[in-house]
Design a binder for this molecule. Structure first.
Ligand code: SF4
Length: 429
């Protein structure tokens, strides 16, 4: 069916209680329907957007020190015919000095360094491209994995923190119609070490003074302090490797990166069983639910996994995460003009959140970039402000989020899409 993105329709029948009581007066509002632009969503046998949960079988990346537990690292070093304690030395180089360069490992016997590095620290990410803002305080990396798959990470300096947005899968199987990453489906899950290596490479760059925006009189040793799993992929669809990576992030150095779990945000579009599992992990990460619509009517189209787990189920699981961990949950909400930014949707969202309790949740509306002519364009500023005001007035702490990173290349996955397009054009010319 050809959809007209600018059709007007009345809002869904089941209006929220606040509307019924007259608190919201709009009667007919523009409703832009989600649709893909310039690509066709793959559909399943029933004609619904295809969801891929299992990673296609591809050659696995080489096993790396960061894939192994400390005990397994020792065993592996012994298998290489070297004393087990070398594993700790290698871990120190990797997790504390952010290096895989044998030349720099001067505490290791010269004749074994190459062998140790080849066996324990194989190359996982090749930098293909780097984009940065004028001030150099935001850097987007495009990496090639061992099998040619491409992924991205974005490094951002904020006052008092340095955040890295990491990828957890090459491609993504969740098929969201607005997302460049989802277009080609899921290529494969990333390994634990491929996830960790994004952080180690960022830390190396920071240690070398490559991240701009540092004050001239600041001589502190810096490194990535915050991780957000909001690059390519649905992290909870690659649950085991993502959780192993989180364990390595929080493990004290030199066994891991020694980061604070609170600075790590694991986000999902709503894989309910995995959210429940995450709540039982006993690692106090920040949990974020990318909701983007409070009603199933819209969310079924906007986030196809909603056909599997509905808004209320996702919110119940998010609340359960809070109840079990005591960690306040973030709700991510991209504000899209005339699609999901209606005042009644702010009221409905507030109502659904308040139904489950008070003080358990924080909402982060994220304005999209203005894209003239696209159905995926930013809400007007007054509309954004009204959306935020209604949530705050209803007692839900709400703050508009910064959209850093977008200025250098749009939403997640766009750099990969651009590079693949260029490669395709080059191949055709
Ligand atoms: S928005 Fe996120 S979950 Fe949806 S297709 Fe893109 S990467 Fe996957």
């Amino acid at each position: 069916m050809t959809e007209n993105p600018r059709t007007r329709e009345t809002r869904p029948q089941a209006a929220p209680a606040s509307s019924r009581s007259g608190a919201v007066r709009e009667t007919r509002t523009a409703q832009v329907r989600p649709r893909t632009e310039g690509w066709t969503q793959q559909k399943d046998a029933e004609g619904r957007p295809l969801l891929q949960f299992a990673s296609p079988k591809r050659g696995k990346p080489p096993v790396h020190l960061a894939d192994l537990t400390p005990a397994e690292r020792t065993e592996k070093v012994k298998e290489l015919g070297l004393p087990g304690f070398r594993a700790k030395q290698l871990s120190t180089h990797y997790f504390r000095h952010y290096t895989s360069d044998p030349e720099q490992m001067t505490d290791l016997p010269a004749d074994t360094r190459e062998q140790l590095v080849a066996g324990m620290l194989p190359s996982l990410l090749t930098e293909v491209r780097r984009l940065e803002t004028d001030r150099g305080d935001t850097i987007k990396f495009l990496w090639r994995l061992h099998d040619g798959a491409l992924v991205e990470s974005v490094l951002m300096r904020y006052p008092g923190r340095i955040t890295l947005c990491v990828s957890s899968q090459a491609g993504c199987g969740m098929n969201c119609p607005f997302c460049a990453t989802g277009q080609a489906g899921l290529t494969r899950n990333m390994s634990t070490a491929e996830i960790i290596e994004q952080i180690v490479r960022a830390n190396r760059l920071i240690a070398d003074g490559g991240l701009g925006g540092k004050k001239a009189d600041d001589h502190s040793m810096e490194r990535v302090s915050n991780i957000v799993f909001m690059g390519m992929g649905e992290p909870l669809a690659n649950y085991k490797r993502v959780m192993d990576a989180v364990r390595s992030m929080v493990a004290p150095q030199p066994d891991g990166l020694g980061m604070s779990a609170r600075g790590i945000t694991v986000s999902t579009v709503g894989l309910v069983p995995a959210i429940k599992k995450l709540a039982d992990e006993n690692i106090p990460v920040t949990f974020a639910l990318s909701l983007h619509a409070p009603d199933d009517h819209l969310r079924d189209e906007l986030i196809p996994v909603n056909s599997r787990w509905k808004v209320d189920e996702a919110l119940d699981a998010a609340y359960e995460y809070y109840a079990k961990t005591g960690r306040r949950v973030s709700i991510e909400y991209a504000l899209i003009k005339d699609m999901n930014d209606h005042a009644w949707r702010a009221d409905l969202l507030a109502e659904k959140l308040n139904q489950r309790g008070r003080g358990w949740v924080h909402v982060n509306p994220i304005p999209l970039n203005p894209t003239p002519g696209s159905v995926w364009t930013s809400s007007e500023i007054p509309v954004q402000n009204e959306f935020v005001r209604r949530l705050n007035d209803a007692g839900i702490p709400t703050t508009l989020r910064d959209t850093r990173g977008k200025e250098i290349d749009g939403a997640c996955g766009q750099l990969v899409a651009t590079t693949e397009d260029e490669a395709a054009s080059a191949a055709m010319s």
